[in-house]
Design a protein around this ligand. Structure first.
Ligand SMILES: [Zn+2]
Length: 66
C-alpha cells in the first residue's frame, strides 16, 4: 500500500497517510484542521519504479564495485 503525503495549503504542514491509490478520501491537516490539502506522491511509492532505496536491483548485496 503506497504512502501518500498531504501538504496543507494553509500552514504547509505535511501529513503522511497509508492508503489505496484510488481512494478519494480527504485528509484534513492535523495541525490546523484545514481541508485544503494536496496529495503528494511520497518517495516510498515512487521508489518502487526504479529507485535503489529499497535495496536496489543492480547490486543486491551492496558490495559491487560501483
Ligand atoms: Zn494546516
Amino acid at each position: 500500500m503506497p504512502l501518500f503525503e498531504y501538504r496543507c495549503q494553509d500552514c504547509g504542514h505535511v501529513t503522511e497517510f497509508l492508503e489505496k491509490a484510488d481512494t478519494k478520501a480527504e485528509h484534513p491537516c492535523e495541525e490546523c484542521g484545514s481541508k485544503k490539502t494536496e496529495r503528494i506522491l511520497s518517495a516510498f511509492a515512487v521508489g518502487s519504479s526504479g529507485s535503489s532505496r529499497s535495496g536496489g536491483t543492480s547490486c543486491p548485496t551492496g558490495t559491487c564495485p560501483r
